[in-house]
Design a protein around this ligand. Structure first.
Ligand code: LMR
Length: 396
């Protein structure tokens, strides 16, 4: 059965990690994967997480199977972060949240369930989008198309083309939207543009699937959830995949959530039963450790406040790195205007570097970026930024 198996290409993002790990150059820098490193180039263990883990260790709690939908306090906390603490949808039992294996796991569970209830829909993702979106929805059995999004000429949003595209979609079609900190471009619609997008989604009977993997890295936890709240007001079936990988620096714990907004409590009960079957036949039920830690932080006011402060520090440091990158590029003689890097939000900068330039960065300088030109600003620090700017200047 394996005789005709073809060699698959490396994953465009995680495959870079493999190459980076095998690189023996001591000066190498990994700006590929979306991971936050601190000023010392280390993956941080947040204080809020440390305190929760110490408390958890003291409890020496047994590790039985979790409910299929996960830890209830985790689900409740994750939902409150998206919809607000006093959401009518939550109070009336119309919002469902499932602990999921990271944001990717949430997307996959949502995609599999959608295939069951909305099999003939086409999934529309932004052009460009996170590298895994297309593959994930195709694997779930959907046809995937791209809607216009990024305008390379302005380094901004091609809003008119996006709107014109959405206007001609068929009812039931699924639109994947990045609720904040668009990956890979860092370009988000304005509040007024979001209103318009939401109104088209409602008027055309489309199904929004909001991906929010970087909540807290844009303007703040509340501010970054505004788009989710906007869609929650629309009264349309809505899917939200959220992730704590980055915001808690708990990448390997696979801490994410799928939230589904329904029209009534009765509908929600039926959806709950079906999504539980989807989870049960994929991985049965989620793991305990990461979910417990996140739940402890979300549900303890002091730990929550500490987490929010640490998240703000990460956000601010990324902003500082954006400013330093722009300044250093100038210092190293780059004449192109890179000020757009200051406007982009979240961990990434869609640098405008071509694939050939990215390859030269990797081969000649040991600096790893995604082939699309996406660089992870959150991996820059005051020790590597000079070398990175110099290398970019060289390949430009
Ligand atoms: C990224 O875009 O780099 C992250 O979301 C990590 C991943 O899984 O691709």
């Amino acid at each position: 059965i394996f005789a005709k198996v073809e060699l698959a290409p490396r994953d465009p993002i995680l495959g870079l990690n493999e190459q980076y790990n095998a690189d023996t150059r001591s000066t190498k820098v990994n700006l590929g994967v979306g991971v936050y490193y601190d000023e010392d180039g280390r993956l941080p263990v947040l204080k809020a997480v440390q305190l929760a883990e110490q408390e958890r260790a003291k409890q020496s709690a047994p590790r039985g199977y979790l409910p299929i939908e996960g830890i209830s306090t985790y689900d409740k906390g994750a939902q409150a972060l998206l919809l607000g603490k006093d959401s009518e949808l939550s109070a009336s039992g119309r919002a469902l949240t499932f602990q999921a294996l990271g944001g990717t796991g949430a997307l996959k569970i949502g995609a599999d369930f959608l295939k069951q209830v909305n099999a003939n829909a086409t999934v529309h993702i932004s052009n460009p989008s996170w590298e895994n979106h297309r593959a994930l929805f195709e694997r779930a059995g959907f046809k995937v198309d791209n809607y216009p999004y990024y305008d390379a000429a302005t380094h901004g949003l091609n809003f008119d083309a996006m709107v014109a595209y959405l206007e001609q979609l068929s009812a039931g079609d699924i639109v994947v939207l990045h609720a904040c900190c668009h990956n890979p471009t860092g370009v988000d619609p304005t509040a007024a543009q979001w209103e318009k997008i939401a109104n088209i989604i409602k008027a055309k009977g489309l199904v929004p699937f909001l991906d929010i993997a970087y909540q807290g890295f844009g303007a703040g936890l509340e501010e970054d959830a505004q788009v989710v709240k906007l869609f929650a007001k629309l009264d349309v079936p809505t899917f939200v995949s959220s992730s704590f990988s980055k915001s808690f620096s708990l990448y390997g714990e696979r801490v994410g959530a799928l939230t589904v907004l329904c029209a009534s409590k009765d509908e929600a009960d039926r959806v709950l039963s079906q999504v539980k079957r989807t989870i049960r036949t994929n991985y049965s039920n989620p793991p305990t450790h990461g979910g417990t830690i996140v739940s402890m932080v979300l549900n303890n006011p002091e730990l929550f406040a500490l987490w929010e402060k640490e998240l703000a520090e990460m956000r601010d440091r990324i902003r500082t790195m954006r400013a330093q990158l722009v300044a250093k590029l100038k210092e190293h003689g780059v004449t192109q205007n890179f000020d757009f890097v200051l406007e982009q939000r979240g961990m990434f900068s869609y640098s405008g570097l071509t694939q050939e330039q990215v390859e030269r960065l990797r081969n000649e300088h040991g600096i790893y970026a995604v082939n699309s030109g996406r660089i992870c600003v959150a991996a820059l620090n005051s020790r590597n930024i000079d070398a990175v700017a110099k290398a970019i200047a060289a390949v430009l």
